[in-house]
Design a protein around this ligand. Structure first.
Ligand code: NAP
Length: 310
């Protein structure tokens, strides 16, 4: 049965950056039966409890936005947790969904699954064509395993479990803790604090030349709805905005938005990361999906939410 406003949808990870956007988006679109459950009631690393829960609610669709996520510092220093928790959460959810009779599932990965020195823009077929970036290889390997698991289940059990691979995301409810955040929320937080404390400079990790594609998180929620409705031949689909700049370019953009002039000091002892990660989105476009929100508009909404939480 196709997706409709009465479909039962289980959304895992509804409190996170992506999950909270999906929940808001689907509620606004009048989907009436969205199931969510907090981590204190269901730890998704627990196989038995995850299977019991899915058997009990019997969803028509599952979206996996639960994961152990973080920026370069967290990925580099907590590799064991990144590989263990992600493998457990996704394996439990994919297998439990299959056992509960779920025919369509969305598993969210990340563009870091692709090789460090990949041809650009990155096509889906470049997966496993070279070495991964060292700082996040544990996370990437877990995500690649999730993708391969979906492919295997689709082939053997005739399912349509798809993996959307979004580029870097930002939006309301992001993590601004400098140790655990991604580069964009970290820049917002550093530049805002510099303005507050009348500082003349901020430190930027690495040399600031790494190029990043950035997408507003509600565009991913829109892609989730779009692809839940579509039967796809492909399991792996890139989701990008096409908007790209250097880390320094984004720092300039935020400084301008906040009306502050800053000097950037580059901490070359810290990693710069993969030089460029721009996704080729011809495949998602061929299905009829494209990102819509401009950086300026997405930033304004995000910054209002950032200030509300201060
Ligand atoms: N952020 C990005 O830039 C980005 C880019 C591309 C792809 N993605 C993908 O999008 C997905 C979601 O990322 P995000 O940025 O939204 O992460 P996030 O903000 O850290 O949210 C992760 C969610 O997972 C839940 N969770 C983690 N471990 C759990 C467990 N053991 N049991 C139950 N729930 C658990 C968290 O619950 P609590 O609230 O209890 O902690 C939280 O709600 C990930 O698969 C990620 O790879 C993110």
């Amino acid at each position: 049965m196709g997706l409709n406003k009465n479909s039962k949808i289980f959304l895992a990870g509804h409190n996170g950056l992506v999950g909270s956007s999906i929940l808001k988006y689907f509620k606004e679109k009048q989907y009436k039966k969205i199931f969510t459950i907090g981590r204190s009631k269901l730890d998704l690393t627990n196989q038995l409890k995850t299977e019991k829960y899915l058997k009990y609610i019997k969803p028509d669709f599952v979206i996996i936005a639960a994961a152990k996520v973080g920026g370069i510092y967290a990925n580099q220093n907590f590799k064991a947790e990144f590989i263990y928790k992600n493998l457990m959460i996704q394996t439990n959810l994919i297998h439990a969904s299959y056992k509960a009779g779920v025919k369509k599932l969305i598993f969210l990965g990340s563009s870091c699954i692709y090789p460090k020195y990949c041809k650009q823009p990155i096509k889906e077929e470049y997966l496993l064509s070279g070495k991964l970036e060292k700082t996040n290889d544990a996370y990437a390997i877990a995500k690649i395993a999730g993708l391969k698991m979906c492919e295997a289940y689709n082939q053997q059990y005739k399912l349509n479990y798809i993996c959307l691979m979004p580029t870097n995301l930002y939006g309301p409810n992001d993590n601004y803790d400098l140790k655990f955040s991604h580069f964009f929320p970290a820049l917002i937080s550093k530049i805002y604090n510099a303005k507050l404390k009348n500082k003349k400079f901020i430190k930027i990790w690495g040399n600031g030349t790494a190029k990043r594609e950035l997408m507003y998180v509600d565009d991913l929620s829109n892609a989730c709805e779009f692809f839940l409705k579509k039967k796809t031949k492909h399991t792996l689909i890139n989701i990008g905005s096409g908007y790209e700049d250097t880390v320094t370019g984004y720092a300039n953009f935020i400084s301008k938005k906040l009306g502050i002039k800053l000097k950037f000091i580059y901490d070359k002892n810290k990693p710069t990361g993969t030089p460029r990660k721009k996704l080729n989105t011809n495949l998602s476009k061929s299905y009829g999906w494209e990102s819509k929100t401009s950086l300026s508009k997405g930033f304004d909404i995000t910054f209002r939410n950032f200030m509300k939480k201060k």
